[in-house]
Design a protein around this ligand. Structure first.
Ligand code: ASP
Length: 347
């Protein structure tokens, strides 16, 4: 009966982008990853560069898949995928992070466990090799949720986290972007045709979900600017009752919309209604429509970017309002996709 009601409701409700909805009702685990969204032009990318991005995304997806397929937790899967992406200089997180106006590299990260909604986040760290691991330590080993700058570094040192010198994070391409931004008085959006933040969301074989996001922020950021990525509820959110979300895009708008929490709340209200005890699964199309509607709000305010999400019903989805998003997803049902542009390149 519930299924009939749900089908009737779903038919009445508008949804967009069904092409990217993945309805794998038998999935016992699922994962989605991203390496940023933005104005991506297929003609401007060489085949070699494209292959390098696709291989990097597949490696990160494989790292998460291996954890989930062997019965590991969603939390360990998202960490494995994000650590790998932080180590690859193609992406704007860890090694390869963008430069601030003052020519430093200041990284942000956050992580959340859907089982108990425990969360950890750091902002403005400069020496931590894998900021996502520090965010996780904040979650598990501190009484706090969000640490900044020097205090976060001090906590990292007490926890024995691996550090690296400034040269490790630096890349020529990111420096050129900053130089161009200054010389031509451009905005970060103009100079960076894409956002390169990385993230992962996963559901494990217990039905538990988790989300993680890591970034260098936006090129030329000033005055201690903090984007959405380390802000729980904006760039990252996970709640077993609703979904796990990791975002990438123009952070100011994602904070204003509260993107990750907003998507999860809308899904939770549909899955649980007013009564938290009963659960009504949300279809892939419906979850897609909810994510698309929240991304449309970001667009209305003037922002752009994208999100990845998984639901406790095993759906792994993307939604973005840009021409491309470095992304991938996989499920126990055999789905394995890596894609960059908006349409027609899903492998
Ligand atoms: N969301 C990030 C920020 O605003 C940028 C990105 O997604 O690349 O800091």
């Amino acid at each position: 009966m519930k299924t009939i009601i749900l089908a009737a409701l779903t038919a009445l409700l508008p949804f967009s982008s069904p092409a990217v909805a993945q309805d794998d009702e038998t999935a016992t685990w699922s994962i989605a990853i991203h390496g940023g969204a933005g104005t991506l032009d297929p003609d401007a990318m060489t085949p070699e560069r494209r292959a390098a991005y696709e291989a990097a995304l597949q490696r990160a997806l494989d790292a998460g898949k291996a954890v989930l397929a062997s019965g590991g937790s969603a939390m360990d899967a998202v960490k494995a995928a994000v650590v790998l992406l932080e180590d690859i200089p193609l992406f704007n997180a860890g090694r390869g992070s963008v430069y601030t106006w003052d020519e430093t590299i200041e990284m942000d990260a956050s992580i959340m466990d859907g089982r108990d909604r425990s969360a950890g986040a750091v902002t403005g760290v400069t020496t931590i090799k894998n900021p996502i691991l520090l965010a996780d330590k904040v979650r598990t080993d501190s009484p706090h949720v969000f640490l900044m700058g020097q205090g976060a570094e001090q906590f990292a040192s007490e926890q024995g986290l691996e550090t690296a010198p400034p040269d490790y994070f630096a890349t020529e391409g990111r420096r050129e972007s900053l130089n161009r931004l200054k010389a031509e008085q451009m905005s970060a959006i103009e100079v960076d045709y894409k956002f390169g933040t990385v993230g992962a969301v996963a559901m494990d074989q217990n039905g538990d979900i988790a989300a993680a996001t890591s970034t260098g922020g936006m090129t030329g950021k000033r005055w201690g600017r903090i984007g959405d990525s380390p802000v729980i509820g904006a760039g990252t959110y996970a709640d077993n009752r609703s979904c796990a979300v990791s975002a990438t895009g123009w952070g100011e708008y994602f904070i204003r919309v509260g993107v990750a929490h907003e998507i999860c709340t809308r899904i939770r209200l549909e899955r649980h209604g007013a009564d938290d005890a009963s659960v009504r699964p949300v279809s892939a199309d419906r979850a897609q429509a909810i994510a698309d509607a929240v991304m449309a709000e970001v667009k209305e305010l003037g922002g752009d970017g994208g999100v990845i999400l998984v639901t406790p019903d095993g759906q792994a989805l993307y939604s973005f309002n840009t021409t491309g998003m470095y992304r991938g997803r996989a499920t126990s049902g055999g789905v394995n996709e890596v894609a960059i542009f908006a349409e027609g390149d899903v492998q």
